[in-house]
Write a protein that binds this ligand. Structure first.
Ligand code: NDP
Length: 335
């Protein structure tokens, strides 16, 4: 059946969806909640589930989809599966979408595909990503991580080339420290390609960006899209009563069940009670909290079902916090 996007997808609704925020001092806005395809979009997942999640996201105003060369498994399959669904459903809406991809981790055999930040690796990887996704360009191309063995000038030069060649519209970096971010921004500024956005991890269980990175981003006018704002599911109801067989902690090495210590679960349960008092799910509380600072442009979630996506988008109904709530959340921070 031909997909027709929900005509009300950008209407201001009481459910709060289609809320857009400006990316740093750029001209680009992003949805407050964006969707990432790191998990749940590999070859082991039914394409119909993937399609249902992507359609629902777009129907609710989620215009930004985030990928990387090695998302799957196997590597590359999330981009290929996205490409299949894009060709069937989303191609007519290309100009309503912000698509991103990255290179930085190991991807293909031999010295040029092992990750890092060389010009050779980044630009070859971008061409591969475009072919898998079946698009002429991505909106944002990221250096996925800082590479201490490659001059930063070389890595930023590759991002600049990606933009100048029209294969990407904007440049981004992921998981760089505050200091490296300042350096990267200065190099890109000199090259004439501003650094649009930084993609760091950030959640109530992982607050490293509050040390200095957020200040750097605010001062430099760079946007911030926070990945794993639900701590891969730990900040949801998923693990409150054990580890379900179909959950990430049971199925994937990226979330070790060892992280679900009694101490962490104690904090998570306290946060769950606070969410209930606000009339929210724990996931909604966690997302609203990560968006409380206006320097955070968007939170980048994952979802293994349409129900999870809907639950998460419900966060936009109630974003505000009073000082007492924030203080109590700080008391439940886990370092
Ligand atoms: P989250 O912290 O949002 O975790 C998503 C997982 O949490 C889901 O797969 C699901 O797990 C569970 N979940 C989500 N919503 C709910 C809900 N409402 N109720 C119960 N459980 C829920 O983010 P991810 O770790 O998936 O990362 C999001 C995106 O960020 C990635 O897809 C990627 O685009 C980006 N990313 C970037 C990185 C980088 O280095 N730049 C690194 C990591 C991520 P389950 O499968 O158990 O159902």
């Amino acid at each position: 059946v031909t997909y027709l996007a929900d005509p009300t997808r950008y209407d201001a609704r009481s459910d709060g969806t289609a809320t857009f925020r400006r990316t740093g001092r750029s001209g680009l806005v992003l949805p407050a909640i964006s969707l990432g395809l790191w998990h749940n979009f590999g070859d082991g997942r039914p394409l119909e589930t993937q399609r249902a999640i992507l359609r629902r996201a777009f129907d609710r105003g989620v215009t930004h989809i985030d990928l990387a060369n090695n998302y799957g498994p196997p590597y590359g399959s999330a981009e290929s599966n996205f490409g299949t669904i894009y060709a069937q459903d989303l191609r007519p809406y290309r100009d309503e979408l912000i698509l991103s991809t990255k290179a930085g981790y190991d991807m293909w055999p031999g010295p040029y595909g092992q990750g890092g930040g060389s010009r050779k690796y980044l630009l070859a990887s971008l061409d591969q990503s475009l072919a898998r996704m079946g698009v002429d360009y991505v909106d944002i191309f990221y250096s996925h991580r800082f590479d201490p063995d490659t001059p930063l000038e070389e890595t930023m030069g590759a991002l600049d080339t990606a933009v100048r060649s029209g294969k990407a519209l904007y440049a981004g970096i992921s998981s760089y420290s505050g200091e490296r971010t300042r350096e990267a921004a200065a190099i890109l500024r000199d090259l004439g390609t501003p650094l649009l956005i930084h993609q760091p991890s950030y959640s109530m269980l992982n607050r490293w960006i509050e040390e200095d990175l957020l200040d750097v981003l605010g001062e430099e006018g760079i946007g911030c899209i926070a990945f794993s704002p639900l701590a891969q599911g730990m900040l949801t109801s998923r693990y409150l009563d054990g580890v379900p067989a179909d959950s990430r902690a049971a199925q994937d090495t990226s979330l070790s069940p060892d992280l679900l210590t009694e101490q962490t679960l104690h904090h998570v349960r306290a946060l769950n009670d606070m969410a209930a008092a606000r009339g929210q799910s724990l996931a909604q509380l966690a997302l609203a909290w990560a968006l409380r600072d206006e320097r955070v442009t968007s939170v980048l979630i994952g979802a293994s079902s349409v129900e999870q996506l809907d639950d998460n988008l419900g966060a936009l109904d109630h974003l505000g916090f009073d000082d007492d709530e924030l203080k109590r959340i700080d008391e439940h921070a886990v370092e």
